[in-house]
Design a protein around this ligand. Structure first.
Ligand code: B12
Ligand code: SF4
Length: 473
């Protein structure tokens, strides 16, 4: 039984795939990763390997890439194609209807995936496996999602060896981990509340500190990181866990690290403890300067004074603080964006992660957007149409200007004298010349502890990935 995993570029290793590879490794299965941008002839490489099962993952937004890859493979090969990840979890009907997709996995995949692989190998019936929707002999078997696995420690360690074949990932000083799943909040623009509705069982779960430290040590033996980033939605959720983590991490690992936090529960003791344990960066979600908007419409429930306090603490304890903001929120104009930039300066943000708010079906905010005239209908999910950002943004008076401005957010933030110049220029169609975000990339890599040289090398390699994908026919 051979299983192929497909990625389109080396932009980020998928932690989800690493988990599934860990399960296969623990059960002695043969598996291989194929990165399209790194393959001279993808179909030849796949045919040489002869996989029984080909795995793809997808998030909503860039999902057309996965469908186009699946279509390309289906044209040339007969292997079964299995699609997993947040996109098929939320939009199963839209995914399973495509001829290029044979099966989808909804929700967390480890258990369902292993059952599937074993059933295929033993030629047993695989149509009743929970979490899977299976197309067989013209029929679709739609199985329920199983209760969430509570004991994360009982899962095998993620296996990243297939990613480390690529020196650009292996030698990158930054290594990424996740210590737990779930978020207890229900922001109206986020997909998290949709998962909460779909899943059964406690949603917030953490690996034990012991397990996390062992996971890091395992990676350290293969390719020592110089910097760690934790991808948990909410790293500071469990105070007791965090306390134990900081103590053990300081004693055993002692590397610079960063994570995502909620500022409302970030007191001085916690920040001091994190800084003592090597925390050098936090990421937060400010979204907008307008507290009322953030809380009443976006359901974020974070006050400006919480951000101000976090800013002060980060300054005292030498922690870099980057925050995400959304542009072109309903009713927002360019003045609001400038106010948000000014607020970020006030609270000592190191750089801003700005994105133009893109609406997706099923987000809790959608009915409000429709009833307030920002959209006419719920956005449709099209598996093949790669939408331009302006197709998935809401209607607003200054939408085009805001989209243009999105390229310059960090320039305005770092050099406020440019604000009136950018504001003026964005009245004209300057986006005809492209919408580069090189400066943002540079600031992001600085935040993640990469040198300029490492960042350039990485950029050139992942950029190649996008071109390889575009070359698929
Ligand atoms: C880290 C992260 C990123 C990173 C790295 C992504 C990566 N490739 O690893 C970066 C910053 C690049 C990123 C970008 C984006 N992200 Co993101 N990201 C996350 C985050 C915080 C963690 C992901 C993670 O590693 N989870 C841990 C692993 C173990 O879980 P997993 O990936 O879901 O995989 C499990 C299952 O989904 C399933 N599974 C996944 N793939 C497959 C495949 C098969 C074959 C099978 C059987 C099972 C399976 O099994 C896995 C193990 O249980 C999540 C939120 C979250 N907590 O999950 C958001 C999240 C996944 N991101 C999201 C979004 C929207 C995006 C962007 C579209 C944002 C944007 N507008 O640009 C992009 C898309 C990137 C891309 N090309 O796909 C949404 C996805 C919602 C959706 N409907 O798809 C999430 C859920 C955030 C949210 N709450 O809204 N993201
Ligand atoms: S706090 Fe973050 S992860 Fe949680 S629901 Fe809000 S946006 Fe989503």
């Amino acid at each position: 039984m051979k299983i192929a995993f497909l990625e389109y570029s080396l932009l980020y290793e998928s932690l989800g795939f690493a988990n599934l590879m860990g399960v296969l490794k623990a059960n002695d299965y043969d598996f291989k990763l194929f990165v399209i941008s790194e393959e001279k002839d993808l179909i030849k490489s796949l045919k040489d390997y002869k996989p029984d099962l080909i795995c793809l993952t997808a998030c909503t937004g860039p999902h057309p890439m996965s469908f186009k890859i699946a279509q390309f493979i289906k044209k040339n090969m007969k292997s079964i194609i299995l699609l997993g990840g947040p996109h098929p979890t939320i939009f199963p009907e839209e995914c399973i209807k495509e001829d290029c997709i044979d099966m989808i996995c909804r929700g967390e995949g480890e258990d369902a995936f292993l059952e599937l692989v074993q059933s295929l190998e033993q030629k047993k019936d695989y149509t009743k496996i929970q979490n899977l929707w299976i197309k067989k002999e013209g029929k679709v078997y739609r199985n329920e999602i199983r209760p969430l696995r509570q004991d994360l420690d009982s899962l095998p360690f993620p296996d990243k060896s297939e990613y480390f074949k690529y020196e650009i990932i292996r030698d990158l000083p930054l290594k990424r981990f996740i210590t737990g799943y779930g978020c207890p909040y229900a922001c109206s623009f986020c997909h998290n509340p949709i998962f909460v509705q779909l899943y059964k069982g406690k949603y917030m779960r953490k690996k034990s500190v012991e397990k996390v430290i062992n996971e890091i040590e395992m990676i350290r033996r293969v390719c020592p990181p110089f910097r760690i980033h934790f991808h948990d939605d909410h790293f500071n959720f469990n105070k007791e866990w965090l306390k134990e983590f900081c103590k053990r991490f300081r004693e055993q690992v002692w590397l610079p690290w960063s994570c995502t936090v909620r500022v409302d529960i970030l007191d001085e003791k916690t920040v001091e403890m994190m800084a003592d344990a090597g925390c050098v960066g936090i990421t937060t979600g400010l979204e907008t300067h307008d507290e009322g908007y953030r809380n009443k419409i976006l359901n974020k429930f974070l006050k400006n004074k919480d951000f101000e306090k976090a800013g002060e603490l980060c300054k005292i304890y030498g922690i870099r603080h980057t925050t995400s903001i959304m542009l072109n929120l309903p009713g927002e104009d360019t003045e609001d964006i400038i106010k948000t930039i000014k607020f970020c300066r006030k609270i000592g943000i190191s750089h801003i992660r700005a994105s133009v708010y893109s609406v997706m079906a099923k987000q809790a905010i959608v009915p409000w957007l429709i009833s307030n005239g920002y959209m006419e209908t719920e956005p449709e999910i099209d598996n093949f149409k790669e939408k331009d950002i302006s197709d998935i943004t809401i209607q607003s008076r200054e939408k085009d200007q805001i989209i243009r401005m999105s390229t310059f957010i960090n320039i305005m933030f770092k050099y406020p004298f440019t604000i009136p110049i950018v504001k003026f220029l964005c009245k004209f169609p300057i986006d005809k010349f492209g919408r580069g975000r090189l400066y943002d990339g540079y600031l992001e890599s600085k935040f993640m502890g990469l040198s300029l040289w490492q960042a350039i090398k990485y950029y050139l390699r992942v950029n190649k990935g996008m071109k390889a994908y575009q070359g698929l026919r």
